[in-house]
Design a protein around this ligand. Structure first.
Ligand SMILES: Nc1ncnc2c1ncn2[C@@H]1O[C@H](COP(=O)(O)OP(=O)(O)O)[C@@H](O)[C@H]1O
Ligand code: SF4
Ligand SMILES: [Mg+2]
Length: 345
């Protein structure tokens, strides 16, 4: 672990459950090798929620799939470790990964409909893994399925375990996915854009539910989202990703009050105010493709604070305040002047 990461240790935590250090993932493509994740580090502690935030294509899903042992064959992990209870998950075969992580780490994906099998009842799917691992009888599996649906507050759980995924609304399906991920009582849950497909009200309900369950079970939760707006009130710590890297890491409150990276500042400005409607188009341009990464700071073509040095020199990881990191040449200056640049709600 680098001293940079040590500095992001969270107050009140009990040591990391999952610690990812310097993870790099490449893909082989017809156009050559592209680096989707490039030196990502983070830690997740018991009873805490880490939000990983960044625009589409920043490497959020690829880094999680690497941790889960679910990368496609065209991907290669070129650096890094992902330690869970002392074991580096990145060194395990798929089979070893399943055996070791099956009841320790679980993941919820964005698209519940695609993840659920249309020909099996919800109850069957909820207990498939339990039956396989724990040899539960049919009756016990049914009882457990009802408990799990109750846990995620699906009304009338007893009747609903017998229904099929298409009989559930989008929000209820996502609850089923969460229940399924919780079936093995994992220490760490990685939720990858779990509410992106849902409308705003349902989104808030599902996030609240996740936060409740996380607190109750003292689970480590990794909440992946492209929307910094959903993070407040749910996350304890935030990792902001850009172009496969962590550009800012901080506890949620100081990050909101005074972001130490221009990208975080821009993401915060794009959150609609409570009274406003719609989003402000504050970040012009698009994130770079991993196949055509700009020289210097990867954010410089879109950065409103870029200077000459940014076009040539990659910024080192700075520590503009205790417990915070920012990959910006001007992190300390930004933090000093951030009272006017932060999100003022
Ligand atoms: N199967 C793949 N083949 C080639 N490149 C991929 C593949 N999946 C992802 N990538 C690359 O990795 C980058 C990060 O993807 P991803 O982790 O899915 O982003 P997100 O932050 O939206 O979850 C993408 O910009 C893309 O270029
Ligand atoms: S290093 Fe330069 S371009 Fe990059 S975020 Fe900081 S100011 Fe902007
Ligand atoms: Mg993704």
């Amino acid at each position: 672990m680098s001293s940079a990461q040590a500095a992001v240790a969270s107050p009140g935590g009990t040591g990391p459950l999952l610690e990812v250090t310097d993870l790099a993932v490449e893909f082989r493509t017809p156009a050559g090798t592209v680096r989707a994740v490039d030196g990502l580090s983070y830690r997740v502690e018991a009873g805490r929620t880490l939000a990983i935030v960044g625009e589409s294509g920043s490497g959020k899903s690829v880094s999680s799939l690497a941790v889960m042992g679910l990368l496609p064959d065209t991907a290669r992990i070129t650096r890094g470790t992902a330690r869970l209870a002392g074991t580096d998950l990145l060194t395990l075969s798929r089979k070893e990964h399943r055996a070791y992580c099956g009841d320790r780490v679980a993941m919820v994906f964005q698209d519940a409909l695609a993840a659920l099998n249309p020909v099996h009842t919800v109850g069957y799917q909820l207990t498939e893994a339990l039956r396989a691992r724990q040899g539960l009888s049919r009756a016990d599996a049914r009882t457990r399925a009802v408990e799990l649906l109750d846990l995620v507050k699906v009304p009338n759980a007893k009747a609903r375990v017998k229904e099929y995924p298409h009989q559930f609304s989008g929000g209820m399906r996502q609850r089923v996915m969460i229940a399924s991920a919780l079936a093995m009582d994992p220490d760490v849950l990685i939720a990858d854009e779990p509410t992106t497909a849902l409308d705003v009200t349902v989104q808030a309900q599902v996030l609240r539910l996740l936060a409740e369950i996380q607190a109750e079970r003292r689970m480590g939760l990794v909440l992946i989202t492209h929307d910094l707006g959903v993070v407040a009130g749910v996350a304890d710590d935030v990792t902001v990703m850009y172009a496969g890297r962590a550009v800012e890491q901080a506890p949620v409150e100081p990050l909101y009050r005074a972001p130490a990276h221009p990208y975080t500042r821009a993401l915060l400005r794009s959150i609609p105010s409570a009274s406003g409607t719609g989003r402000l188009p504050v970040i012009p341009g698009r994130p770079p493709s991993p196949a055509a990464m700009p020289a210097g700071c990867p954010f410089h073509p879109r950065c409103d604070a870029a200077q000459d040095v940014c076009r040539t020199d990659a910024p080192p990881l700075a520590h503009p305040a205790e417990g915070r990191t920012s990959a910006c040449h001007f992190a300390a200056d930004i933090l000093t002047g951030a009272d006017t640049g932060g999100h003022d709600e």
